[in-house]
Design a protein around this ligand. Structure first.
Ligand SMILES: Cc1cc2nc3c(=O)[nH]c(=O)nc-3n(C[C@H](O)[C@H](O)[C@H](O)COP(=O)(O)OP(=O)(O)OC[C@H]3O[C@@H](n4cnc5c(N)ncnc54)[C@H](O)[C@@H]3O)c2cc1C
Ligand SMILES: O=C(O)[C@@H]1CCCC=N1
Length: 387
C-alpha cells in the first residue's frame, strides 16, 4: 500500500471525526484524519473548555446511547491518563406541565436514571441563589456533569496517533472523486481510500457538494457567554453547583443552559440554545446579540448572584437539522461514503458512540443502535427538503 493509500479517510478532526478515526484505528484500519486548520483550532464546533454531559434527554434513544457513552469516555480517560469528566449533576427546570420539561422527566424516570426531584419548598435549600419560576418543576439528573472539551479532543487524537493513525492538519480538502476507491485532494496532496467518512461540522454541505448531495442544515453562530459572580464562588463547581437546563420560559423559545463556574474563576457559563445564521468562513462577521439580551433578562430574573452583562463572549457554531437530531448514515448514492453531520448543538457528549457507529457503518457491520432517527431519508418527506 503506497503511503498515500489508506483503508479509510476521515475529513474533519472535530470531536466526531476524531472519535471515528480512533475507532477505525482500533479496528486495525489504516486511517487518515484530515483537518483544514492547524490543530488545535477554535473555528468549528468542538473547541472550548467545557461541555455538558447528561443522560437527561427528551427522547429515550439518546438516553439509552448515553449509558455506553459514559463507559467509553471513562475508557479514553484511562487510555490517555487524563481526567475528562467531572460529575456535577444537571438541574432541569421548567413548567411542571410544560411539554419539554415533561419529556425530560418521563425519559429520566422510564429509563431509571438516578434522579432527585426538588419540591418547591426545598428548592432554595439545595440550589441557593436561584429564583425558580413560579410553577416550575425541578429534577436533577445526578449522573450528569462537565466534559473538558479541549482536553478531550487532544486525548482522542493522541490515542489515535499512538494506534498508528495519521493526522494531517492544515490540509483543506478541495475535491472528492467518488468511486470504489475514493480520491481526496487537499492543497498539498492526493489521497486514496476504500472508504471515506465526512464529519466536517459546519462545512458538511461544502464537502457534500463534491458528492452531489445537500442536507437541510442550518449553521448558526453561538455567543458563548460567561457571567461574573457578584460574590466569587456563588455558583462554583467546588460548592457543588450543578449544570442546568431551563426549558420553557418567558424570555425565549429555546432552552437556556449553564455550567457552574469552573474554567474561568468567578465566571459562570450561561448560553442560549440558538443563534443567528452564519457562513462558517465568515463567523466573526455575524454580530447579532439578541440572544445575549434574552440571557441578560433571564439572569436578572433568575440568577441574582450574577452581573447581567457578559464578562466574556466567545464564539462557536451549531449545525442544526430541522428536527435537531443527528445525521449518521451512508451516502444515498455512494455506499463507501459515510456521513456524520447536523449535531445540532448537543453532539459532544456522544462523540465516543458517534465514532463507534460511524466506524461500524464504514466497516459494513450491524450498527450497535437503531439508526432510524438519524437517517437522511427522513428529510425526503419534508416539503422544503434541500436534498
Ligand atoms: C457553544 C456550544 C456549546 C455546546 N454545548 C454542548 C454541550 O454542552 N454538550 C454537548 O454534548 N454538545 C454541545 N455542543 C455541541 C458539540 O460541541 C458539537 O455537536 C460537536 O462539537 C460537533 O462536532 P463535529 O466534529 O461535528 O464538528 P466540528 O468540531 O466543527 O468539526 C468539523 C471539523 O471539520 C473540519 N473541516 C471542515 N471542512 C474541512 C475541509 N474541507 N477539509 C478538512 N477539514 C475540514 C473543520 O475545520 C472542523 O475542525 C455545543 C456546541 C457549541 C457551539
Ligand atoms: O447538549 C447539552 O447538554 C447542551 C445543553 C442543552 C442545550 C445544548 N447543549
Amino acid at each position: 500500500m503506497a503511503s498515500r493509500d489508506f483503508d479509510c479517510i476521515v475529513i474533519g478532526a472535530g470531536i466526531q471525526g476524531s472519535f471515528t478515526a480512533y475507532h477505525l484505528a482500533k479496528s486495525g484500519r489504516k486511517t487518515l484524519l484530515l483537518e483544514q486548520f492547524v490543530l488545535p483550532h477554535s473555528r468549528g464546533s468542538s473547541h472550548g473548555q467545557t461541555r455538558i454531559t447528561r443522560k437527561a434527554y427528551e427522547q429515550d434513544f439518546y438516553t439509552q446511547m448515553m449509558e455506553e457513552c459514559y463507559q467509553l469516555w471513562a475508557q479514553l480517560e484511562k487510555e490517555a491518563n487524563v481526567k475528562l469528566y467531572r460529575r456535577t449533576g444537571l438541574l432541569i427546570m421548567g413548567p411542571e406541565n410544560g411539554r419539554d420539561f415533561l419529556l425530560f422527566k418521563n425519559t429520566l424516570l422510564k429509563n431509571k436514571v438516578p434522579t432527585v426531584t426538588l419540591e418547591p419548598s426545598e428548592f432554595s435549600q439545595h440550589i441557593p441563589h436561584v429564583n425558580r419560576n413560579p410553577g416550575d418543576g425541578a429534577i436533577v439528573d445526578t449522573t450528569a456533569g462537565v466534559l473538558y472539551a479541549d482536553r478531550a479532543l487532544k486525548a482522542v487524537q493522541g490515542v489515535f496517533h499512538r494506534l498508528g493513525g495519521v493526522i494531517k492538519d492544515g490540509e483543506k480538502v478541495i475535491d472528492i472523486q467518488t468511486g470504489p476507491v475514493v480520491t481526496v485532494t487537499t492543497a498539498s496532496g492526493v489521497y486514496k481510500a476504500k472508504s471515506l467518512v465526512i464529519t466536517a461540522g459546519p462545512w458538511a454541505n461544502r464537502l457534500l457538494s463534491h458528492t452531489n448531495l445537500q442536507l437541510p442544515l442550518q449553521v448558526v453562530k453561538i455567543n458563548v457567554c460567561y457571567w461574573r459572580e457578584k460574590i466569587p464562588g456563588t455558583y462554583s463547581v467546588t460548592k457543588r453547583f450543578p449544570c442546568f437546563i431551563q426549558t420553557e420560559c418567558k424570555e425565549g423559545k429555546y432552552h437556556i443552559y449553564g455550567l457552574p463556574s469552573n474554567e474561568y474563576p468567578g465566571l459562570m457559563k450561561v448560553c442560549y440554545h440558538m443563534g443567528s445564521e452564519t457562513d462558517p468562513d465568515e463567523r466573526d462577521r455575524q454580530t447579532d446579540r439578541w440572544d445575549i439580551d434574552i440571557l441578560s433578562h433571564y439572569i436578572t430574573r433568575c440568577f441574582p448572584g450574577l452581573v447581567p452583562i457578559p464578562a466574556v463572549v466567545e464564539s462557536c457554531m451549531y449545525t442544526v437539522t430541522p428536527d435537531h437530531h443527528f445525521v449518521l448514515d451512508r451516502h444515498p448514492s455512494h455506499s463507501n461514503i459515510i456521513i456524520g453531520a447536523g449535531f445540532s448543538g448537543h453532539g459532544f457528549k456522544f462523540g465516543p458512540i458517534v465514532g463507534k457507529l460511524l466506524c461500524e457503518l464504514t466497516l459494513g457491520l450491524v450498527p450497535s443502535y437503531d439508526l432510524s432517527p438519524f437517517k437522511i431519508q427522513r428529510f425526503l418527506s419534508q416539503p422544503k427538503s434541500a436534498l
